[in-house]
Structures are given as C-alpha cells and as structure tokens.
Write a protein that binds this ligand. Structure first.
Ligand SMILES: C[S@@+](CC[C@H](N)C(=O)[O-])C[C@H]1O[C@@H](n2cnc3c(N)ncnc32)[C@H](O)[C@@H]1O
Length: 392
C-alpha cells in the first residue's frame, strides 16, 4: 500500500504517518487510502488541503502522481531538450547490457520454450521478429502460482511492471504483426492507454465468461477483455472467422428471428463480432494438470487462426500450462514461449498432443459453417430450416 505513487507523493511510509497526515488535513484515512489504492487525483476540497499541507502547486503534485494532461505533455515536449539533459533514463541504455546466453529448456518441431523471466528473455530476442504475440499475464489478484511470483503488488508496482513487459513485446513485434492481451477490464484500460501510444488499436473483444460472484452495488462482471492491436495501420494477416447461428440446445430452433433475411446469410457462417459468447472456462478437462489459469483451446485456436499463417512466429511471455504453444504447434506456427515457474504441465501437454489435435479438429469442424453436423441432425428431426431449405 505504501509503494503506490499517491502515498509516495505525500511522503507517507507507514500507518503512523498516514494517521498523522489525516489528522493534519482532516481528510479521513479511508479516503486517503481510496485515493492511494485507485491512484487517482483527489477531488474537491481534499486536493486544496493536500496542496496546502505539501506546500506545492497542483502541477507539481500531478507530476509526482504521474498524471500527465495534454497541456503538461505539450510543456514536456517544448522543453524536451532541457529535460533530456536533466534526466538520464537508464532504460535507454539496456541495449549495451544485452547478453545472448539463453538456451531453451524444451524444443519441439515448431517451438522453443524458455524457463525464464520474460523481461530478461525478451531482451535477448531479436526486435521486429514476431508475427503474433498473445499475453495472459497474472492479474494481481493474490493468486498462488506454482512459480511463487508475487501476485499482490501495489497498483503502481503492477502497472510499472506491466508497462515494461508490454513495451518489450511492442519491440519484438514485426510491422503488420498483431498483439493480443488477455486481462481483466480494469487492467486492460491501463494497458490500452500504454499501447495507444505505439500500436494501432483494432478491437476490445469482450469474452463473455463469468469469473466471480456478483458484487453488491456493482454490475455483475461477466467479461474478460481481450485487446487486439497491430503494429502499423494494417495487420499482415486477418483471416475472418465465422460462427454457426445460435440455436436452442433442446429443440434446435432459432434463437434469433432471421425473418426474411435467411437467404442473405453466408453459408460459411455468421461474422464473428467483438463479443465472444461461445467460450467456457476450462474446469474439468481430463488433462488439466494445473489448479487454474488454463485458457480454453478454442480461444487460442481462434486468435491464432485469425491473426497468423502457417510458418509465422508466435510469442507468449506467460506460458502457464502452454495453451498458446500446443495450439501453435498443431496449427504449424513457429513459437517461442516463456514461463518463469515449473514447466512440467507444458511438457505433459506435448506428450498428449494427439488428444489436443482431436480437440482442435473438433473445434475447427464447428466453425466457418452456418450449421454444424450435429445442428443439421437436430434441425432436420424437428423440421427447422437449413441453408438449403430456407427458400421452400
Ligand atoms: C495467467 S497464467 C497464463 C496461463 C496460460 N495462458 C495458459 O493458458 O495456461 C500466467 C503465467 O505467467 C507466469 N509468469 C508470471 N510472471 C512471469 C514472468 N515475469 N515471466 C515469465 N512468466 C511469468 C506465471 O507463473 C503463470 O504461469
């Protein structure tokens, strides 16, 4: 809590100093904690009280909090030469520290897996070399990872770390390459604001999967966010993915009324939208060897088929159970993967590759068609229209 920018700006390092500051400014501790946890600028009278207590201007306080309004950015640009002389940023010296001493721990026909911290690995990979990056980082929800990483950083620390790996990914991406980031909406709002400065926004994909119980006084969180960016104006690859129409599970009847539009429906299926409702969390897979975090094969099959071609290079910095790697391998994409923790569950997936191949084939048989074979059977039995019969 005391490592967030807000308490740092107030020079509050412990509970005692927090109580003291609260007494001096008569801002309740709970409110100071809220500003700190959310890392936001205090509002109304609170801001004036803080500025008075710190004896600084609003401009300086915003700089301390890292809040850069457009006017501030204009000023920084105007004085960029002076600022550059004043601040020597070590981040830009990292090129000279580069050592090419990484060896993969596991290799396949198409891929290489590294057991490493992705920040360190990415410094060793060639820039502008990757066609597609998929990243599913820890969400900072205090989950227990086998890798024992700290998943309960302060907001400032988590966002700093996030910016570092995101920018490293941006460097690895080829022009025309695509970058997907899977996270909770609350974090993807921040990741979006980082990426908007470097890449072209294509889509915020809402993946409708409920992930927690309803929270009082809040809307029921029911989607994960999947950000989709490209380097440069156009992606090198965009293979449209099509879905079957939605039907009633019991009778096979239409859920939507297509009225007189049936003849206009593409026989290869409906256009995929930016709301994905057909994915379910991995829960009882026979091969699920980890407690949590494994993404559905169907999600990766869709992303990889949509944004890459056979032979392209895919990178995933947060391997987990290796969903990205196994799908890349089966779809004949080259891949480079990284996982800081144990990698036995990734290797186990490759031992079971035939099982995964069957699943991918099944997934593929249910896309790019208006009706799957199962749907055709139940609809024929119950007298519902099919692509060939709707004119009758
Ligand atoms: C949310 S899981 C990824 C799950 C994966 N998408 C799957 O389908 O199995 C995040 C993973 O990132 C790993 N990780 C966390 N910090 C890392 C780092 N700095 N470098 C590499 N891996 C890291 C964690 O150990 C964890 O396995």
């Amino acid at each position: 809590m005391f490592t967030n920018n807000f308490f740092k700006a107030l020079n509050i390092k412990n509970q005692k100093e927090l109580l003291y500051f609260s007494r001096k400014t008569s801002i309740p501790v709970s409110k100071l904690k809220m500003y700190n946890e959310e890392s936001i600028l205090p509002f109304n009278e609170d801001l004036n009280k803080i500025l008075k207590e710190l004896n600084i201007s609003e401009f300086e306080f915003k700089l301390k909090l890292g809040i850069l309004d457009s006017d501030t950015i204009d000023l920084l640009a105007k004085f960029s030469s002076e600022i550059n002389t004043l601040i020597k940023n070590p981040q830009y010296d990292r090129e000279s520290n580069k050592k090419n001493d990484k060896l993969p721990i596991f290799k396949t026909d198409f891929g290489e897996l590294y057991q490493d911290d992705c920040l360190s690995l990415m410094q060793n990979l060639p820039k502008n070399s990757v066609d597609l990056i998929f990243a599913d980082p820890p969400f900072n929800l205090n989950k227990k990872y086998e890798s024992k990483i700290n998943d309960q950083l302060s907001k400032t620390e988590y966002l700093k770390w996030t910016e570092r790996w995101v920018l490293s990914c941006v460097e690895l991406l080829k022009e025309g390459g695509s970058f997907f980031v899977w996270n909770l909406p609350v974090w993807n709002t921040h990741i979006s604001s980082i990426l908007n400065k470097y890449l072209n926004f294509r889509q915020w994909i809402a993946v409708d999967i409920k992930y927690q119980l309803p929270i009082p006084n809040k809307l029921y969180p029911a989607h994960y966010s999947l950000l989709y960016y490209t380097k440069g104006k156009k992606p090198s690859t965009f293979n449209n993915q099509r879905l079957p129409i939605e039907i009633c599970r019991h009778c096979g009847g239409d859920i939507k009324d297509y009225g007189g539009y049936k003849h206009k429906l593409n026989k290869n299926g409906l256009n995929l939208t930016d709301v994905w409702r057909d994915l379910s969390p991995v829960r009882h897979s026979k091969y699920k060897s980890r407690e949590s975090n494994e993404l559905p094969l169907k999600l990766l099959e869709r992303v990889i088929s949509m944004a890459s071609e056979e032979g392209d290079l895919i990178f995933d910095p947060f391997g987990g159970s290796g969903t990205t790697f196994i799908v890349s391998e089966i779809l004949k994409r080259k891949w480079v993967g990284c996982e800081i923790g144990p990698i036995n569950s990734i290797i186990k997936r490759f031992e079971d590759i035939d099982f995964h191949k069957k699943q991918i084939l099944d997934i593929q048989s249910k896309k790019n068609v208006l009706f799957t074979e199962e749907m055709k059977t139940i609809r024929t039995q119950n007298g519902h229209w099919l692509a060939d019969t709707f004119n009758e």
